[in-house]
Design a protein around this ligand. Structure first.
Ligand SMILES: O=P(O)(O)O[C@H]1O[C@H](CO)[C@@H](O)[C@H]1O
Ligand SMILES: O=c1cc[nH]c(=O)[nH]1
Length: 275
């Protein structure tokens, strides 16, 4: 992986530009990373996750990748690393985390709902993702959906039920575009242009739009780590409502994801339980 020059100075290989165990993008090394990782899009939400963990340590931030590790209520280590927006940076985070030892990755993020019965702040536990975003096309060019690991879906359902957080299980559309690709109006010269993406997506039984899950599932399924996603409704495109303060919803979502990890890992580390 790392090449030494004739003078003994180590230099990066262009083929795989890691150096002394440091990946080219993430601000961490293997000893920082837990087998379980949570992946918010927004770096600002890493600190929100840290508040719900005990003994949380921030590893640092490079570009959109902010990473930390702490302990769940059952005393299990969990790493949180932001992916930034979209498939390309999600691919980088997923591949580098898995090379550092991650075995299970759950995206925690926001979405725009397409079903009238999905209130602001409720959760979508993602069973499958479609959209044919660019990164997914590189990893898995077929036409079928990318799926979450069934164990993770079941654990998220159990966790949301225990914590009494309203949720539904469904299919997400991941798109590389926040505006035109999600049917938002854009200005083209003097005219406003809008696509019929919302009607199209609803006809496909799609619960909402977001921008990373399909890439995470495609990459994770290809490289052999377990993947899942749980998303909070930040907006509803049918009722045209928008969540002004999404922090309470994101806190509930983080609690559900951490509980799901504890259910997946089952046994409590003695003396560690804090809630
Ligand atoms: O809430 P996060 O995880 O940032 O994700 C959603 O928010 C961003 C768009 O505002 C996109 O990344 C979308 O997927
Ligand atoms: O409408 C929305 C809300 C969150 N994230 C998105 O990508 N779209």
């Amino acid at each position: 992986m790392v090449k030494a020059t004739e003078t003994g100075i180590k230099s990066r290989s262009a083929r795989l530009p890691w150096l002394d165990g440091h990946p080219p993008h993430l601000p961490c090394v293997a000893s920082d990373i837990a087998p379980d990782v949570l992946l918010p899009g927004d770096p600002g939400r890493v600190d929100m996750v840290m508040e719900q963990l005990s003994n949380a340590v921030l590893h640092g931030q490079k570009r959109e990748f902010r990473a930390a590790t702490g302990m769940t209520a059952h005393g299990r280590p969990v790493t949180v690393c932001s992916t930034g927006i979209g498939g390309p940076s999600t691919e980088i985070a997923t591949v580098e985390l898995s090379m550092l030892g991650a075995e299970r990755a759950i995206r925690i993020g926001g979405m725009g709902a397409l079903l009238p019965g999905m209130p602001l702040g409720s959760l979508l536990i993602v069973e499958s993702a479609t959209g044919h975003s660019g990164t997914r096309h590189v990893y898995s060019p077929g036409s079928s959906d990318e799926h979450a690991s069934p164990d993770i879906v079941a654990a998220l359902v159990q966790a949301a039920t225990i914590l009494q957080v309203p949720f539904r299980v469904g299919r997400i559309c991941t798109t590389d575009s926040y505006y035109l690709g999600q049917g938002r109006p854009i200005r083209l010269g003097d005219e406003t242009h809008e696509t019929d993406r919302i009607d199209y997506a609803r006809a496909q039984n799609i619960a909402g739009f977001e921008m990373e899950t399909e890439a995470l599932f495609a990459v994770g399924n290809k490289i052999g780590i377990q993947v899942g996603a749980v998303l909070a409704v930040h907006g509803n495109r049918v009722t045209d409502q928008w969540l002004e303060d999404y922090e309470p919803a994101q806190k509930r979502l983080i609690a559900v994801a951490c509980k799901a990890l504890d259910l997946l890992n089952q046994t409590v580390v003695p003396g560690s339980e804090h809630g």
